[in-house]
Design a protein around this ligand. Structure first.
Ligand code: PLP
Length: 389
């Protein structure tokens, strides 16, 4: 059994959905937040006589609450919560079989790339990587074996924007599944199912959880047959989200909209500060009119988010020096928490991608990625200033 919240609070606006979407007081005592049902199994009155839950891999009430919230905020019908973002991607790939082909973006999240190339290629699935801001490039890769198009937008860490609606026209024309990794934008900024995607995927570890305290993944779909297939895989493979992590993620989602608003404001201020800085060579942020996909970003997204990449003048070692000098920005992998983080993709998140491949997509040795948090922006700019001088 998975989360079907069809009848539940579907007409709310987004900020109300983050708090109430698919939620209801607990049946036992009216607890407003769902209890952490830390149980593996459930008493049955007679064989098969249960109250909707029989074993926590198949379903758990705390997880159901999270799954309903996920479905709600993404304007879907069915949500599924996994042990990590990669477990969610893994479930989508298990829809495929040997000989099938997947088309994806050239500057894909490093972990997704590793799962595609190092795991699923061994099972006979082929992956092609193209620059997806060029829809014709995608179409030229489609053949009779193509089954899935995997989109990530904004891309990580180059902040390219892919036109979800334009890609969905193509996938519908050719009868392909379209999955969108919505981790960076979150449904606050863009809702891929409304733009024609079939599957939305999240690393809820990032903005949805928002507090850097869980590793969780999610999938949301509209279509029942597709939900049935994915739910079968979730239960059969078993990489489910535990009750404690479900609770924490749900708590995070309740403030998603206020956090995202501040991430966007701080992100804009820092992007502009960096752009004007004499020691900076390049800044990647989709809010700039000079960004090659700015128009699409403006049409598709409600704001430009808190993720920024930049290239300081200098080389690998200069970039390392800068990230080591930062005091408020923590040098760490991951993103999307309330605290600001800085990362060096070439040695951290993208180290698993060969240098040649990496540089083709712009991930040069000096590139630094910021996940701008929700601190006072003056403090963040002061921190960057001292690190750059
Ligand atoms: C982190 C991340 C993932 C993987 O999620 P995990 O929760 O770490 O397994 C996938 N896609 C993007 C864009 C990410 O940032």
């Amino acid at each position: 059994m998975y989360a079907d919240w069809n009848r539940m609070k579907k007409d709310l606006k987004f900020n109300s959905k983050t708090i109430h979407g698919g939620q209801h007081p607990d049946k036992a005592y009216g607890a407003v937040m769902p209890p952490i049902y830390q149980t593996s199994t459930y008493a049955q009155s007679t064989p098969g006589g249960h109250k909707g839950y029989e074993y926590s891999r198949s379903a758990n009430p705390t997880r159901t609450a999270l799954e309903q919230a996920l479905a709600s905020i993404e304007n879907g019908n069915y949500g599924m919560a996994f042990a990590s973002g990669l477990a969610a991607i893994d479930a989508v790939l298990k829809l495929l079989g040997p000989g099938d082909e997947v088309i994806s973006t050239i500057d894909l999240y490093g972990g997704s790339y590793r799962l595609f190339k190092k795991v699923y290629e061994n099972y006979g699935i082929r992956f092609r990587f193209v620059e997806m801001d060029n829809v014709e490039a995608i179409e030229s890769c489609i053949n009779q074996n193509t089954k899935l198009v995997w989109v990530e937008t904004p891309t990580n860490p180059m902040m390219n924007i892919i036109d979800i609606k334009a890609v969905s026209v193509l996938t519908k024309k050719h009868g392909l599944l379209l999955a969108v990794d919505n981790t960076f934008a979150t449904p606050y900024l863009q809702q891929p199912l409304d733009l024609g995607a079939d599957i939305v995927m999240h690393s809820a570890t990032k903005y949805l959880g928002g507090h850097s305290d869980v590793v969780v993944g999610g999938l949301v779909v509209k279509d029942k047959p597709l939900a049935d297939r994915l739910y079968f895989i979730q239960n059969a493979s078993g990489a489910v989200c535990g009750p404690m992590d479900s609770f924490l993620t749900l708590r995070g989602i309740k403030t998603l909209h206020v956090r995202m608003q501040r991430h966007c404001e701080n992100g804009e201020a820092i992007a502009k500060y960096l752009m004007a800085h004499p020691k900076i060579e390049k800044v990647y942020w989709p809010g700039f009119e000079t960004h090659p996909n700015h128009k699409v970003a403006k049409a598709q997204m409600k704001g430009f988010g808190g993720m920024i990449s930049f290239v300081p003048k200098g080389n690998y070692d200069d970039a390392i020096k800068i990230v080591e000098k930062l005091k408020i920005f923590t040098l760490a992998e991951s993103l999307g928490g309330v605290e600001s983080l800085a990362g060096h993709p070439a040695s951290m998140t993208h180290a698993s991608i060969p240098k040649e491949e990496r540089e083709k997509s712009g991930v040069v040795d000096a590139l630094i990625r910021l996940s701008v948090g929700i601190e006072d922006v003056e403090d963040l700019i002061g921190d960057l200033e001292q690190a750059l001088t």
